[in-house]
Ligand binder design. Sequence first.
Ligand code: ZN
Length: 181
Amino acid sequence: MSLEQHYSAILSQLGEDVTREGLVDTPKRAAKAMQYLCRGYQQTLDEIVNGALFSSDNSEMVLVKDIELYSLCEHHLLPFIGKAHVAYIPNGKVLGLSKVARIVDMYARRLQIQENMSRQIAEAVQQVTGALGVAVVIEAKHMCMMMRGVEKQNSSMVTSVMLGEFRDNAATRSEFLSLIR
Ligand SMILES: [Zn+2]
């Protein structure tokens, strides 16, 4: 069965009349939307970075703040939406400006839990740049908490992963944390 046919079956199971006008093309649209929201499965780190790695003797922290993030939780297939802050300390190489955001996107466009996604992003940046340290903080609101379950509208979840210098050096870590505050 195609994704489209599965969506049609889901709508029937929910009690809908899948032949009514408003729903005629819904299974097709839903399938397309879901494929878009999960397109990260079709991408690889190599293809995303595409050689945009440049020599640099800068050894100061590089920080990309407030990267918008849209993902789906793997437990309920409901969206979680937020921001990622990613920093690294170069060790001879820096990444092209837009690449950090594209790495975040590649992992966000998969079924995720926020903790794992934070770690995957940090490890990817580490792997690509060979940085002396990588820090990732993600703040997000989860529709599975807001629309169902405990229905808490204002709680957001914060996860962080610190690698290398950010883990071992308290001053580096607190510089990062004060820059994203
Ligand atoms: Zn969930």
